[in-house]
Design a protein around this ligand. Structure first.
Ligand code: NI
Length: 173
């Protein structure tokens, strides 16, 4: 398995709509999926989308550590997750602000509004359809990663660019 290079903001792949994965191609994905999980972990990320390693395909992985799970939320999976062709099927109207970083925008973070609660569908690594309700940080990660599949980076979602800066400066002051 290999740690792949993570491409950064400015690379046009990150602004493109990624292509859906065809059913026949799911069987060919395990190597890419394992590389994505290894790459995400090596970079201390909680999520990674295929376009971030230069692949324009609708595939994301995420792994939310227990200490990042929203209090009281029992629906966040604890093992590494693979979502093929993920789609948000319902957005709650309520929005909340939260800080986000991105492995393609290293060293920075910003405050981004996201829907508090969503429902999403995807195909898992075994080829099974899944549907989940997500809230809090889990919902935020899914919205951030699916945005990558649509060519959107989190600064485009920000309402107040004064709440955007280098992580070390923001945490020091
Ligand atoms: Ni990101």
């Amino acid at each position: 398995m290999a740690i792949r290079k993570i491409i950064r903001m400015g690379n046009p792949v990150l602004t493109k709509m990624a292509q859906p994965i065809q059913t026949d191609d799911v069987a060919s994905l395990p190597d890419v999926i394992q590389d994505m999980i290894d790459t995400m972990r090596a970079a201390n990320g909680v999520g990674l989308a295929a376009p971030q390693i230069g692949l324009s395909m609708r595939l994301i992985v995420f792994e939310i550590p227990k200490n990042r799970q929203t209090a009281g939320d029992t629906n966040t999976p604890t093992s590494p997750q693979v979502l093929i062709n993920p789609k948000i099927t319902h957005f709650d109207d309520e929005m909340e602000l939260g800080w986000e970083g991105c492995l393609s925008i290293p060293g920075l973070k910003g405050e981004v509004p996201r829907h508090s609660t969503i429902t999403y569908d995807a195909i898992d690594a075994e080829g099974n359809m899944l549907t989940r309700h997500a809230c809090g940080f889990h919902a935020r990660v899914i919205q951030h990663e699916i945005d990558h599949l649509d060519g959107i980076l989190y600064p485009e979602r920000m309402l107040n660019l004064r709440q955007f800066g280098f992580v070390d400066e923001l945490e020091e002051h």
